[in-house]
Structures are given as structure tokens and as C-alpha cells.
Design a binder for this molecule. Structure first.
Ligand code: SAM
Length: 244
């Protein structure tokens, strides 16, 4: 699965940029002299505001469209981010970092579960001693209600240049295995005419607080801090952990 061009347009119109509250959280954790990495940085929703604050942050993503959008959106502010276009699974980096940040539930895109463990181990090797891994995760509580494992939904957003992007989604959750198989169809309309369509399929895993803490410990992290945060209209669990 790769985030495509309509998905990118939808994401940017829907999410725009991180709020100052979200940015301030990272400002409280890191110094401007720190070197940060955001694997799965997407179109720079958080990376761009952090660059604007003077942070040295590198981004990685496997979606060409998301990274092109990131460059374009950063360019509007006179910024040129350093971005790697690659799957995090195969990427290697020239540095160790003071911070590796994975906001907004992106860690939950690692599937199957074994991959999540491998990625935690990888992040640990790229953190400096006393560096920090920061991750936001969410639990999709609604799918746990009885007979609520399957859901169909649709939404639409208007882009800055007046196009309409509709998304139709069909999600099926397996609450024992803790994953959702999410299938989406994006349709772009200009002046009421369909000008593009795109299908997307992804697995979204979920974890509970103590489960993630045990996973982090098993992968060699210590000093784990847990916070509840409200991001983009939903509750997230934020974990900050250091390599041991
Ligand atoms: C939910 S978006 C989050 C983007 C950004 N971190 C933010 O906070 O807005 C998830 C991003 O992860 C990227 N992604 C998913 N799987 C990936 C992988 N295996 N390697 C690199 N990037 C990946 C997608 O292309 C997408 O841009």
C-alpha cells in the first residue's frame, strides 16, 4: 500500500498543518540543536511547522506523492526539507538522532505485528544515547462495540483550488487480532465532473497502553513516559522512550 495522489490531496485538505499545541509538545522535548528524524513524515504536516521553529528535522516516506507535496508546501515558506523516499523497512541513515518522532498513529501502519517489533529495534539503533522515541497511537474504541466490527463511511473535502475529493471507506476490524483492514476509494471532482479515482487498502493495527510499554521494554527502551493527548479531534496515547 502506498499513499497516492488523491489520498495526498485529501490528507492535505483535511489535516493541513499541526496545531501550535502539537508543535509546542515537541518544543518541550527537544532543543533546537538536536537532530530529529520523522520516518513516515508524509506531506510535512508536523515536519514543516517544526522546521519553521528552527528544528533540524529529516523526513522519510515511501509515498512519492506525499513527499512531493511536502516539498511544495515547505517551499511556500522558503524551506527546503531533506527527505528520503524509501520504505522505512529498508532505509539506512547516515546519522544517529536525538529524536525519532512518529506522530498521529503512523506506527499502527506496521503490519503484521512482527514488523512493529522490528521497527522499534531499528529506531533504537538510530537513536543517540539519551535520544527519545516519540509515538502517538490511538485505540479505535468504536469497533469494539458489539456488532460494530464492519463499518462503511464517506466524507468529502474541498481542496484549496476548489476541487472536491470524496472518500468512501469500508473497514473490517478483527478485535482479537487487533487490526482493521481498511479499503478506501477516492474520487476527485472538478466542476461536478469526475477527473480521477484511486483505490487504497491498508492494515491498521492497534495496541493498548501496557502492551506498548512491554513492547518498548522488550525492544530495549527505558524511561517510558505515557501521556493522553487530544489530536485532530481524537484521543491519542503518546509514548516517549529512551534507548537503554
Ligand atoms: C498517517 S500518514 C502520517 C504523516 C505524518 N507523519 C503526519 O503526522 O501527518 C502516514 C504516512 O506513512 C507513510 N508510510 C506508510 N508506510 C510506510 C513505510 N513502510 N515506510 C515509509 N513510509 C510509510 C505514508 O506514505 C504516509 O505518508
Amino acid at each position: 500500500m502506498m499513499y497516492g495522489s488523491l489520498c495526498t490531496e485529501f490528507y492535505d485538505a483535511d489535516k493541513k498543518f499541526a496545531t501550535s499545541e502539537e508543535v509546542n509538545f515537541y518544543k518541550s522535548l527537544f532543543k533546537k540543536s538536536d537532530l530529529l528524524l520523522e520516518p513516515m513524515c508524509g506531506s510535512g504536516r508536523l515536519l514543516i511547522p517544526l522546521m519553521q521553529e528552527g528544528y533540524a528535522i529529516y523526513g522519510l516516506d515511501n509515498s512519492h506523492d506525499m513527499l512531493e507535496s511536502c516539498k511544495k508546501r515547505a517551499g511556500q515558506f522558503g524551506l527546503t526539507p531533506i527527505l528520503y523516499e524509501e520504505k522505512i523497512e529498508t532505509a539506512s541513515f547516515p546519522h544517529q538522532y536525538n529524536g525519532i518522532i512518529i506522530p498521529f498513529g503512523s506506527f499502527q501502519l506496521f503490519y503484521p505485528r512482527q514488523l512493529a517489533f522490528q521497527m522499534l529495534e531499528k529506531f533504537k539503533t538510530y537513536l543517540k544515547p539519551n535520544g527519545k522515541l516519540v509515538m502517538d497511537l490511538f485505540v479505535p474504541w468504536d469497533v469494539l462495540w458489539e456488532n460494530n466490527a464492519e463499518e462503511r463511511s464517506h466524507r468529502e473535502v474541498e481542496t484549496d483550488n476548489g476541487a472536491l475529493i470524496k472518500i468512501e471507506n469500508h473497514s473490517v476490524a478483527n478485535k482479537y487480532e487487533q487490526f482493521i483492514l481498511s479499503k478506501s476509494k477516492y474520487t476527485k471532482l472538478v466542476d461536478g465532473k469526475v477527473v480521477g479515482q484511486e483505490n487504497e487498502q491498508m492494515y491498521i493495527a492497534w495496541y493498548y497502553r501496557y502492551e506498548i510499554e512491554l513492547m518498548l521494554e522488550k525492544c530495549g527502551f527505558k524511561n517510558i513516559i505515557y501521556r493522553e493527548r487530544f489530536l485532530n479531534h481524537s484521543n491519542h496515547m503518546t509514548f516517549v522512550a529512551e534507548p537503554s
